[in-house]
Design a protein around this ligand. Structure first.
Ligand SMILES: C[S@@+](CC[C@H](N)C(=O)[O-])C[C@H]1O[C@@H](n2cnc3c(N)ncnc32)[C@H](O)[C@@H]1O
Length: 221
Protein backbone atom coordinates (compact mmCIF):
# COMPACT_ATOMS: atom_id res chain seq x y z
CA UNK A 1 0.00 0.00 0.00
CA UNK A 2 1.38 3.48 -0.87
CA UNK A 3 2.16 5.96 1.94
CA UNK A 4 -0.77 8.15 0.85
CA UNK A 5 -3.32 5.34 0.75
CA UNK A 6 -2.07 4.10 4.16
CA UNK A 7 -2.79 7.51 5.71
CA UNK A 8 -6.22 7.77 3.98
CA UNK A 9 -6.99 4.28 5.26
CA UNK A 10 -6.04 5.37 8.82
CA UNK A 11 -8.22 8.50 8.42
CA UNK A 12 -11.22 6.45 7.20
CA UNK A 13 -10.86 3.94 10.03
CA UNK A 14 -10.66 6.76 12.58
CA UNK A 15 -13.75 8.46 11.09
CA UNK A 16 -15.76 5.20 11.19
CA UNK A 17 -14.85 4.64 14.85
CA UNK A 18 -15.44 8.26 15.89
CA UNK A 19 -18.98 8.67 17.34
CA UNK A 20 -18.96 12.43 16.63
CA UNK A 21 -18.02 11.90 12.95
CA UNK A 22 -20.76 9.25 12.63
CA UNK A 23 -23.33 11.53 14.27
CA UNK A 24 -22.32 14.50 12.07
CA UNK A 25 -22.74 12.36 8.92
CA UNK A 26 -26.12 11.05 10.11
CA UNK A 27 -27.35 14.61 10.87
CA UNK A 28 -26.11 15.97 7.52
CA UNK A 29 -23.73 18.38 9.30
CA UNK A 30 -20.89 20.13 7.43
CA UNK A 31 -18.29 18.58 9.78
CA UNK A 32 -17.90 17.04 13.25
CA UNK A 33 -16.33 20.34 14.45
CA UNK A 34 -19.67 21.90 15.43
CA UNK A 35 -19.93 19.49 18.39
CA UNK A 36 -16.96 21.24 19.99
CA UNK A 37 -18.66 24.64 19.77
CA UNK A 38 -21.99 23.16 20.92
CA UNK A 39 -20.26 21.67 23.99
CA UNK A 40 -18.43 24.93 24.78
CA UNK A 41 -21.70 26.83 24.36
CA UNK A 42 -23.54 24.42 26.65
CA UNK A 43 -20.86 24.70 29.32
CA UNK A 44 -20.22 28.48 29.18
CA UNK A 45 -23.52 29.82 27.78
CA UNK A 46 -21.60 31.78 25.15
CA UNK A 47 -24.35 32.56 22.65
CA UNK A 48 -27.50 34.67 22.82
CA UNK A 49 -29.91 35.60 20.07
CA UNK A 50 -29.09 38.94 18.40
CA UNK A 51 -25.37 38.96 19.26
CA UNK A 52 -22.65 40.28 16.93
CA UNK A 53 -20.07 37.51 16.44
CA UNK A 54 -16.84 37.19 14.46
CA UNK A 55 -15.80 33.66 13.55
CA UNK A 56 -12.16 33.26 12.49
CA UNK A 57 -11.17 30.00 10.79
CA UNK A 58 -14.73 29.25 9.67
CA UNK A 59 -14.22 26.82 6.73
CA UNK A 60 -15.74 24.44 5.85
CA UNK A 61 -18.60 25.84 7.96
CA UNK A 62 -19.50 23.44 10.78
CA UNK A 63 -19.40 26.15 13.46
CA UNK A 64 -21.02 28.63 11.05
CA UNK A 65 -24.16 26.54 10.71
CA UNK A 66 -24.43 26.09 14.48
CA UNK A 67 -23.98 29.85 14.97
CA UNK A 68 -26.60 30.70 12.33
CA UNK A 69 -29.13 28.54 14.18
CA UNK A 70 -28.27 29.94 17.63
CA UNK A 71 -27.93 33.66 16.78
CA UNK A 72 -31.16 34.05 14.76
CA UNK A 73 -31.18 37.67 13.62
CA UNK A 74 -27.81 38.71 15.05
CA UNK A 75 -24.72 39.62 13.04
CA UNK A 76 -22.38 36.78 12.06
CA UNK A 77 -19.14 37.48 10.19
CA UNK A 78 -17.29 34.35 9.08
CA UNK A 79 -13.68 34.65 7.89
CA UNK A 80 -11.41 32.08 6.23
CA UNK A 81 -9.28 32.01 3.06
CA UNK A 82 -10.99 28.69 2.19
CA UNK A 83 -14.63 28.47 1.02
CA UNK A 84 -17.23 28.60 3.82
CA UNK A 85 -20.63 26.97 3.59
CA UNK A 86 -22.92 29.72 4.98
CA UNK A 87 -26.48 31.06 4.62
CA UNK A 88 -27.20 34.32 2.79
CA UNK A 89 -27.45 36.30 6.06
CA UNK A 90 -23.90 35.55 7.16
CA UNK A 91 -21.24 38.03 6.06
CA UNK A 92 -18.48 35.89 4.54
CA UNK A 93 -14.95 37.29 4.28
CA UNK A 94 -13.03 34.83 2.12
CA UNK A 95 -9.54 35.99 3.12
CA UNK A 96 -6.92 35.27 5.77
CA UNK A 97 -7.17 37.37 8.92
CA UNK A 98 -3.82 39.13 9.41
CA UNK A 99 -3.55 40.18 5.77
CA UNK A 100 -3.67 43.91 5.13
CA UNK A 101 -7.14 44.15 3.53
CA UNK A 102 -8.96 41.65 5.76
CA UNK A 103 -9.36 43.91 8.79
CA UNK A 104 -10.58 46.72 6.49
CA UNK A 105 -13.27 44.34 5.14
CA UNK A 106 -14.19 43.44 8.72
CA UNK A 107 -14.41 47.11 9.80
CA UNK A 108 -16.62 47.83 6.77
CA UNK A 109 -18.93 44.92 7.66
CA UNK A 110 -19.19 46.15 11.26
CA UNK A 111 -19.76 49.85 10.57
CA UNK A 112 -20.35 51.48 13.97
CA UNK A 113 -21.21 48.17 15.63
CA UNK A 114 -18.73 46.41 17.94
CA UNK A 115 -18.57 42.66 18.54
CA UNK A 116 -19.99 40.74 21.49
CA UNK A 117 -17.92 37.61 20.82
CA UNK A 118 -14.80 36.67 18.85
CA UNK A 119 -14.38 32.95 18.14
CA UNK A 120 -11.25 31.47 16.62
CA UNK A 121 -11.00 27.88 15.43
CA UNK A 122 -8.05 28.86 13.21
CA UNK A 123 -5.39 26.21 12.69
CA UNK A 124 -2.26 26.40 10.52
CA UNK A 125 -1.33 24.02 7.72
CA UNK A 126 0.91 21.60 9.58
CA UNK A 127 4.45 20.98 8.33
CA UNK A 128 5.18 18.14 10.77
CA UNK A 129 8.00 20.19 12.35
CA UNK A 130 6.62 20.61 15.85
CA UNK A 131 8.38 23.86 16.85
CA UNK A 132 7.48 25.57 13.56
CA UNK A 133 3.85 24.39 13.76
CA UNK A 134 3.58 25.60 17.36
CA UNK A 135 4.94 29.05 16.36
CA UNK A 136 2.35 29.24 13.55
CA UNK A 137 -0.50 28.28 15.88
CA UNK A 138 0.58 30.92 18.45
CA UNK A 139 0.68 33.51 15.66
CA UNK A 140 -2.98 32.67 14.89
CA UNK A 141 -3.84 32.98 18.60
CA UNK A 142 -2.15 36.42 18.61
CA UNK A 143 -4.25 37.42 15.59
CA UNK A 144 -7.45 36.38 17.38
CA UNK A 145 -6.48 38.47 20.43
CA UNK A 146 -5.67 41.39 18.14
CA UNK A 147 -9.11 41.12 16.48
CA UNK A 148 -10.72 41.12 19.95
CA UNK A 149 -8.76 44.18 21.05
CA UNK A 150 -9.77 46.06 17.92
CA UNK A 151 -13.44 45.19 17.70
CA UNK A 152 -14.80 43.67 20.93
CA UNK A 153 -17.25 45.68 23.02
CA UNK A 154 -16.32 46.09 26.71
CA UNK A 155 -17.70 43.05 28.54
CA UNK A 156 -17.41 40.90 25.38
CA UNK A 157 -15.94 37.39 25.19
CA UNK A 158 -13.18 35.62 23.27
CA UNK A 159 -12.82 31.88 22.55
CA UNK A 160 -9.60 30.68 20.90
CA UNK A 161 -8.32 27.26 19.84
CA UNK A 162 -4.79 26.67 21.17
CA UNK A 163 -2.32 23.82 20.81
CA UNK A 164 -0.67 23.19 24.16
CA UNK A 165 3.05 23.95 23.99
CA UNK A 166 5.59 26.77 23.78
CA UNK A 167 4.06 30.25 23.95
CA UNK A 168 0.70 29.30 25.47
CA UNK A 169 1.50 30.51 29.03
CA UNK A 170 2.70 33.94 27.84
CA UNK A 171 -0.35 34.24 25.58
CA UNK A 172 -2.68 33.39 28.49
CA UNK A 173 -0.97 36.05 30.65
CA UNK A 174 -1.66 38.62 27.92
CA UNK A 175 -5.31 37.55 27.77
CA UNK A 176 -5.68 37.60 31.58
CA UNK A 177 -4.51 41.24 31.57
CA UNK A 178 -7.39 42.15 29.23
CA UNK A 179 -10.31 39.98 30.45
CA UNK A 180 -12.02 39.38 33.81
CA UNK A 181 -11.73 35.61 33.69
CA UNK A 182 -9.90 33.06 31.51
CA UNK A 183 -10.37 29.28 31.54
CA UNK A 184 -9.01 26.43 29.43
CA UNK A 185 -11.46 23.81 28.23
CA UNK A 186 -11.21 20.61 26.20
CA UNK A 187 -14.64 19.67 24.84
CA UNK A 188 -15.42 15.94 24.66
CA UNK A 189 -15.59 16.16 20.86
CA UNK A 190 -11.92 17.28 20.73
CA UNK A 191 -9.89 14.18 19.97
CA UNK A 192 -8.13 13.00 23.16
CA UNK A 193 -4.81 12.50 21.34
CA UNK A 194 -4.84 16.12 20.09
CA UNK A 195 -3.00 18.90 21.99
CA UNK A 196 -5.95 21.16 21.10
CA UNK A 197 -7.69 23.08 23.90
CA UNK A 198 -9.88 26.19 23.90
CA UNK A 199 -9.24 29.34 25.92
CA UNK A 200 -12.52 30.91 27.04
CA UNK A 201 -12.00 34.55 28.10
CA UNK A 202 -14.99 36.43 29.55
CA UNK A 203 -15.50 40.14 30.21
CA UNK A 204 -13.23 42.21 27.96
CA UNK A 205 -11.93 45.21 29.90
CA UNK A 206 -12.08 47.56 26.91
CA UNK A 207 -9.16 49.31 25.25
CA UNK A 208 -6.12 48.36 27.35
CA UNK A 209 -3.53 49.19 24.68
CA UNK A 210 -0.56 51.32 25.73
CA UNK A 211 -0.30 54.40 23.42
CA UNK A 212 2.49 53.80 20.88
CA UNK A 213 2.42 50.03 21.48
CA UNK A 214 0.25 49.03 18.52
CA UNK A 215 2.59 46.68 16.68
CA UNK A 216 0.62 43.98 14.81
CA UNK A 217 1.24 40.27 15.38
CA UNK A 218 4.22 39.19 13.27
CA UNK A 219 4.02 36.06 11.15
CA UNK A 220 6.53 33.30 11.95
CA UNK A 221 7.00 32.99 8.16
C1 LIG B 1 -10.05 23.37 11.99
S1 LIG B 1 -10.44 24.33 10.58
C2 LIG B 1 -11.89 25.16 11.14
C3 LIG B 1 -13.11 24.28 11.15
C4 LIG B 1 -14.40 25.10 11.32
N1 LIG B 1 -14.49 25.69 12.65
C5 LIG B 1 -15.65 24.26 11.07
O1 LIG B 1 -16.41 24.08 12.02
O2 LIG B 1 -15.88 23.84 9.95
C6 LIG B 1 -9.22 25.59 10.67
C7 LIG B 1 -9.38 26.69 9.64
O3 LIG B 1 -8.51 27.78 9.99
C8 LIG B 1 -8.31 28.49 8.79
N2 LIG B 1 -7.27 29.52 8.93
C9 LIG B 1 -5.93 29.35 9.06
N3 LIG B 1 -5.32 30.54 9.10
C10 LIG B 1 -6.29 31.50 8.99
C11 LIG B 1 -6.29 32.94 8.98
N4 LIG B 1 -5.15 33.65 9.07
N5 LIG B 1 -7.47 33.58 8.86
C12 LIG B 1 -8.64 32.89 8.78
N6 LIG B 1 -8.70 31.54 8.79
C13 LIG B 1 -7.55 30.86 8.90
C14 LIG B 1 -7.97 27.37 7.80
O4 LIG B 1 -8.12 27.81 6.47
C15 LIG B 1 -8.99 26.30 8.21
O5 LIG B 1 -10.13 26.35 7.38
Amino acid sequence: MSKRSKSSHRWLTRQRRDPFARQAAADGQVSRAHFKLAQLDERYRLLRRGMAVLELGAAPGGWTRYLEERLGGGLLIACDPRPISASGDTVVIEAAYGEAETDALLSAALGDCGLDLVLSDMAPNLSGVRAADQAKSMYLADLALEAAERHLNPGGDLVVKLFQGEGVDAWLDAVRARFDKVQLSKPKASRPESREVYAVARGFAGDTSVPGDESPATSPG
